[in-house]
Design a protein around this ligand. Structure first.
Ligand code: ADP
Ligand code: ASP
Ligand code: MG
Length: 456
């Protein structure tokens, strides 16, 4: 590859966990980069499975034997890739991997002596730190001039471990200084998901956060395009794992795709489209396994705005119902409830009200091991009202356009699933979605039936 290529359309390419899971997968991604010289900044996730291992390693009370097993499993995943590289390259890379894993072992030990969220983030970050080093070498092995870049030099965040907030201004200035000059003659490979706070401690942006990292970096370097390479050929009308009737969508607006991501379509981290929309950067989503099949273009304006665009599903929702006769004809009750929730940093999702009660739903972020609605929250709410908490629910969101003005929407959606108990319905606040809760056990069949009737 010619080292000094003019970049006609600067592209940030993000590869998810399955795309960098093993050597063959990494090689396919490397060829995607090689075949389009506009791809200059590469953002990688941890190899598939590694972050889940790290989540386990970061938990309290993990026995030393299990810690060792986890570290060995991670080593095996990475070394299975490096063994395909030239001997000298592999041996140098294995040394780097070993020293990172020694550091990881130390962090796991620290965590078992004294658990902290700071150490949790330090542990979770190893996946991307490993895969980005390995992928740089895979690119070099097919003669792409690639260089590893530590994203923590530019991705500065606050210290909210597990869901750190990025300093977007600092990201832009640091990237202009440290990253952009490198992009002219090299492909730069960096980590998704991780950042660094002002004291130099590692932070993470939340599970699935590499998509968001890539979008933030695209914004920071003024990229013309963002490509999200994953394991499916674009955004589908619903999760293709739920029904084989799901179809890839060729074009979708930022707004529609953002609704899908918000309501649980795992294909994109919920915040991914915020930077892209801010700077009007078109986003492509495609399969790194079959790049020739094309994918989905997400952009500001699209030719068609169908009433029904997709169905999203978010599992493990919590429903809290607060009830108080004092609410009748009174003012200020809801403000008090929301003050308690805000104090505990809880963000309300859906809300419905009646005369004396209010039902609120909360999303349990994936990867969290305990309920968001802790005993402390319930106790404080009980000072104000009766409280009931229900688990085991899924949120189904039908996403589309003009849903508050089209006729017959309620009938076409709910008639199809009239044998199912609907626990709560939210409609009216947005023309782009109708949401409802069903029992976890009914969720897949509800999505399948709805998909058949709305998209067949
Ligand atoms: P990556 O590791 O590449 O980030 P993810 O597993 O996070 O990949 O996201 C891809 C997965 O998202 C797909 O395998 C698919 O099962 C799931 N998914 C959920 N909803 C959708 C949808 N509407 N369209 C496509 N994929 C979806
Ligand atoms: N590796 C992280 C995770 O599994 C981030 C990502 O893949 O986007 O959540
Ligand atoms: Mg993902």
């Amino acid at each position: 590859m010619n080292l000094v290529q003019s970049i006609s359309s600067l592209t940030v390419a993000k590869f998810g966990g399955t795309s960098v899971a093993d050597f063959q997968a990494m090689l396919r991604c490397a060829n995607i980069i090689k075949n389009d010289t506009n791809n200059r900044l590469v953002v990688v996730s941890a190899s598939a499975g590694v972050t889940n291992y790290l989540v386990r390693l970061s938990q309290e009370n993990v026995a030393v034997d299990e810690q060792k097993d986890i570290v060995e499993n991670i080593r095996t995943i990475q070394v299975n890739i490096t063994q395909h590289l030239a001997k000298d390259v592999a041996s140098e890379l294995n040394q780097e991997i070993n020293s990172l894993l020694d550091e990881l072992t130390q962090q796991a030990l620290t965590q078992s002596l004294q658990f902290s969220r700071k150490t949790t983030d330090a542990i979770l970050a190893f996946g991307e730190q490993l895969s980005s080093r390995v992928f740089t070498q895979v690119l070099q092995s097919i003669n792409v001039a690639a260089e590893y870049f530590n994203v923590q030099q530019v991705m500065k965040t606050n210290s909210l471990y597990g869901k750190a907030v990025v300093d977007i201004k600092l990201l832009a200035t640091q990237s202009a200084q440290l990253l952009v000059p490198k992009l002219h003659d090299k492909v730069i490979v960096t980590q998704g998901f991780i950042g660094q706070d002002s004291q130099g401690h590692t932070t993470t942006l939340g599970r699935g956060g590499s998509d968001y990292s890539a979008a933030l970096l695209a914004e920071a370097i003024n990229a013309d395009n963002l490509s999200i390479w994953t394991d499916v050929e674009g955004i589908f009308t619903t999760d293709p794992r739920i029904t084989d009737q799901a179809r890839a969508i060729k074009e979708i607006s930022f707004g529609e795709a953002a609704e899908m991501a918000t309501f649980g379509a795992k294909i994109l981290h919920p915040a991914t489209l915020i930077p892209a929309m801010r700077c009007n950067i078109p986003v492509f989503v495609g399969s790194s396994k079959e790049p020739e099949k094309g994918g989905t273009q997400i952009k500001q304006k699209v030719d068609s705005n169908p009433t029904y665009r997709s169905i999203a599903l978010r599992r493990e929702q919590t429903l809290v119902t607060v009830k108080s006769p004092a609410m009748l004809h009174a003012s200020g009750f809801l403000a008090k409830v929301f003050t308690v929730l805000a104090k505990h940093d809880l963000s309300v999702d859906l809300i419905t009200t009646s005369e004396i009660s209010v039902a609120l739903t909360f999303d349990n972020p994936s990867g969290s091991t305990q309920s968001l609605i802790t005993n402390a929250v319930v106790t404080e709410l009980e000072q104000l009202c009766e409280v009931s908490v229900e688990h085991g629910l899924s949120l189904v969101a039908v996403i589309g356009n003009g849903l508050t003005s089209a006729k017959g929407i309620g009938q076409s959606i709910f008639q199809t699933i009239n044998d199912i108990n609907i626990r709560l319905i939210c409609h009216g606040a947005s023309a782009n979605n109708i949401c409802f809760l069903v029992a976890e056990a009914d969720a897949n069949s509800v999505v399948e039936k709805l998909h058949n009737s709305l998209f067949s």
